[in-house]
Design a protein around this ligand. Structure first.
Ligand code: UDX
Length: 404
């Protein structure tokens, strides 16, 4: 099949590479000429495990261009452009602009919206373009985006007839839910909002555990997760959720519901707790060791989670900002992030640790698991991701551990 992908961010590049690797003729379109130039040379502008290899292996089937005319002759075109929030809620300008451009050069193609959009958007795009418009939200996690795209838990297709979209994803062997555009659009928001709810929930249980000697949120989460009705994922207490999706999508869903006078106060409280979490974690540090003025601190892990270099809405960055505001001298280490304007990033983890009096784990890179008590001896250790292989007595504070 000849397939177009418009918008070559995390979702678009991975979608294009996976579909080309399965033998489709894929054209990736983006307005960013630098990105197109680098992709043409096989240089991937983001860190995503497996992606560069996939693009290299699919080079014969994969073309990149900044010209929408390259989409001529495509049977299906995916829209993967960003949907940021503005003051009123979701900003659909990129989706509307991209679909209009597509309709002027590939009217006979079907349009598949992969961008996260509020319910009713596909209907408007259909009216604006006169094209057949389908909704096919993505549920891939950065850091395992290639695997998730090839092995999704489910494929959601909104719009009728779903045949072409269905045949594109058949190779995954995953369950396919065929439904209305509106249901598909809402499944994405409800899923992300629910996962964010699990995270704020377990972080609040972690706060509670810290007040109970003998309690440990990891064990509580494990015990909860064994109940199949609850499930064991997304119950890892930490710094709260970050990244390009959860913060944005929960806020978009909330403002969408407010516009309809619908009470989504659960999500409102999930957001407000997540928003204040970093400040609360910093006050937990000061409760333990007093003023941070002049204190040297090392943050381990700078992106919004492990296995990515994505700094969007990174909790580590918010943490660094809050620590710097409190007068601390902050340095960071990350296996893949190598610069931010905010602080010095050490190339070497040992160098970062030996500089500091206080060590904070902020993302879950496996590398941090190997730190020994000798390497951390004499340091105040705040294990905010519960990643260290140390006894409770060897750390100053672990999220969700109630100490005697
Ligand atoms: C998410 C969704 O998982 C995916 O389905 C959707 O399509 C895009 O958004 P992603 O943003 O890549 O994916 O990250 P994810 O792995 O979901 O983590 C989001 C944030 O929650 C991270 O900051 C992570 O550290 C945090 N998190 C996740 C926790 O704090 N605890 C958990 O148990 C799980």
């Amino acid at each position: 099949m000849k397939i177009g992908v418009v918008g070559l961010g995390y979702v678009g590049i991975v979608t294009a590479a996976v579909l080309a690797n399965k033998g489709n003729e894929v054209v990736g379109v983006d307005v960013d000429q630098n990105k197109i130039q680098s992709l043409k040379k096989g240089v991937v502008p983001i860190f995503e495990p497996g992606l560069e290899n996939l693009i290299r292996n699919s080079a014969m089937k994969l073309n990149f261009t900044d010209n929408f005319n390259g989409l001529e002759g495509c049977e299906a075109i995916f829209i993967c452009v960003p949907t940021p929030n503005n003051k009123e809620g979701i900003d659909l300008t990129y989706v509307m602009d991209a679909s209009k451009k597509v309709s002027s050069c590939a009217k006979d193609s079907i349009l598949i919206i992969k961008s996260t959009v509020t319910p009713g958007t596909a209907r408007v795009v259909r009216k604006n373009t006169g094209m057949s418009v389908f909704s096919n939200p993505e549920f891939t996690r950065e850091g395992s985006a290639v695997y998730d795209t090839e092995h999704p838990d489910r494929i959601v297709i909104g719009g009728d007839p779903a045949d072409v979209c269905e045949s594109i994803w058949k190779f995954t062997g995953s369950k396919i839910i065929k439904t209305t555009n509106e249901n598909a659009e809402l499944i994405k928001y409800a899923s992300n909002a629910f996962l964010a709810t699990k995270i704020s929930f377990i972080n609040q249980i972690a706060d509670l555990c810290e007040t109970i000697p003998g309690a440990d949120v990891n064990v509580v989460a494990e015990g909860m997760g064994m109940d199949r009705r609850i499930g064991n994922e997304f119950l890892k207490a930490g710094l709260g959720y970050g990244g390009s999706c959860f913060p944005k999508d929960t806020k978009a869903l909330l403002s969408f519901s407010l516009d309809r006078n619908v009470d989504l106060s659960i999500i409102e409280s999930v957001i407000s707790y997540n928003d204040k979490r970093i400040k609360e974690l910093v006050s937990k540090i000061t409760d333990k060791i007093g003023s941070l003025r002049g204190k040297k601190i090392c943050i381990l892990g700078l992106a919004f989670k492990d296995n990515t270099d994505d700094l969007r809405e990174s909790r580590s960055i918010s943490l660094a900002q809050e620590l710097i505001r409190s007068g601390a001298i902050v340095k960071g280490f990350d296996p893949v992030v190598k610069n931010t304007d905010l602080m010095e990033i050490c190339n070497d983890i040992d160098q970062c640790i030996s500089f500091s009096e206080i060590i904070i784990t902020a993302t879950e890179w496996n590398l941090f698991k190997d730190l020994t008590k000798e390497e951390l001896s004499g340091k105040k250790v705040f294990d905010f991701r519960r990643i260290l292989n140390l006894e409770n007595s060897e750390i100053t504070m672990g999220v969700g551990i109630g100490k005697n």
